[in-house]
Design a protein around this ligand. Sequence first.
Ligand SMILES: [Fe+2]
Length: 587
Amino acid sequence: MNVLGIDASHNTAALVKDGRLVASAEEERFDRCKHSRNPPVHAIRFCLEYAGLAAADVDYVAVGMDEVDHYSGLGLILSKVLLEGYPPGLLRKRFSVLRHHLFTDPARLRTHSPLSSAYWGKKVDAATDGTGLSAEIRVIPHHVAHGAWASLPTGWKNASCLVADGAGDWESTTAYAYHDQSIEFLRKETYANSLGFLYFNATDYLGFGFLQEGKTMGLAAYGDPQDVPGAVLDQIVRVPGELSPWYTVDSRILTDYYYGRGYLSHFTRLFGAPKRPPGLEATTPPYPVAAAAVQRSLEKALLHTVKKVVESTGEKKLCLGGGVAMNCSANGKIWASGLVDELAVQVAPMDSGTAAGAALRLAQQLGEKPLVEPDRSDWGPEFSDAEIEKALEAAGLRFERCPGSSIAGKAADLVAKGKIVGWFQGRMELGARALGHRSILANPGIKGMNDRVNRVKHRELWRPFAPSIAAERLGEYVQKPCPSPFMLIAFHANPNGKRELPTVIHVDGTTRVQTVDKRLEPLYYRLLREVEGHTSHPAVLNTSFNDAGEPIVCSPRDAIRSYFGMGLDALAIGNYLALNPEPGAKR
Ligand SMILES: [Fe+2]
């Protein structure tokens, strides 16, 4: 049976064939619009082509959002406002979202109605050039899709599962007990009490753009929340909350994003400055302290919630999912706390993962055994040597052929010498992190390399970088190591880590490591060991292969364009190496 999964929020497609995940990719990689909101037409085409299927072969389409629930949510909010004293702004928020859709994207509004099946049917049909999609479209509740993706790839028998995001359908935080590939609902918080919206709104106050929460997390390391009185912190999040046994986000922070932005005046009162204006450096006081206060509040709420969920299930293995699980600093706090014995955060825990999660869950409901190869991130397209060579020749690049796996040694030699290398290998990763398939690599042992890479990528100089480290060697560089294949857990560096890898240790002494497994990533692992042969560390600085404002590169053509645009020193693409004769030059 073939199930096509669709993330109805951020527009990703996935294909599950006979219960097994085969492919998944985000639309932005194909249409080259960062955070694309376009229907995942190209992503669907890719998934079908990769699986060798025609449209007529798709048996079901699973959409990871129960849109009808948006309207039932209206009644629930109304009862919250009238009976439980929630602020009327929450009701206004729901109506203003409706208004936003009416005036800016009326077609999208149909996804918020019983017509959503027809809407997605048309989009899927368009993606397949109207070649006869007859599949039945089924809806999987958003947090169920998140929970399925958070838990099924672990291979665990029993675990606690916690999903947290801005809002999916009506929920913002949901706990499940995971047993034998099924998730059992325990309890939820509505989006009237959303940790994701807390962070989303704080990110707007700090002057960062849409979906730039990672910058807020990075900035938080520059502030000390001790500079904020406890009474002020209590006006962000309280635990245990008056309205919730988990946490209570101050309702003044959760006013509408589309209409009024009342939270900006609340943050202004708390931190004594208005929203950061364009042009003012983010590290200017009080913005780092504000970021730190919000980060600490998020961690306080999550730690308390994890404690309660683990108490409830009795399971100290934890699967984390939802956009909030992208916060590797908070994940690191959960891991360091000792509340859990094992922690799993899958690649793309945000909405992109719900395409695969919805498809896997539906396949399971239809009687199939869901199967995901664990710790894999590369679910996207790949390109043959012939395709790569053709693209290199079309761009007029001079290149060297590197047979076998010798490209790893060639690239490692350059990295060790201080060169910045574009690394394009195998299938593209799913999600926001480059994990050794579409990466830019540098030597983390050379002081000042972070500034150089930030300039090449046109990023703010205060933003941190992360390393890839041979998995079995992590304990040499951090405290309390554990597997982190998707770069989603921040560890405290030990003295050796700070000395050996200075450019990938953030100002608060943490490092957001990707552990690289020899069996799963043989070529990338070989590169790390080759780097060690020249230096003393099996590690590289690994950042995503894209210039500022662009999605991560997908095709050889994208990679060559970005290689020129950023003026990288070299491009190691498949079995080919191109050297820039004029590093830093733009074409
Ligand atoms: Fe979500």
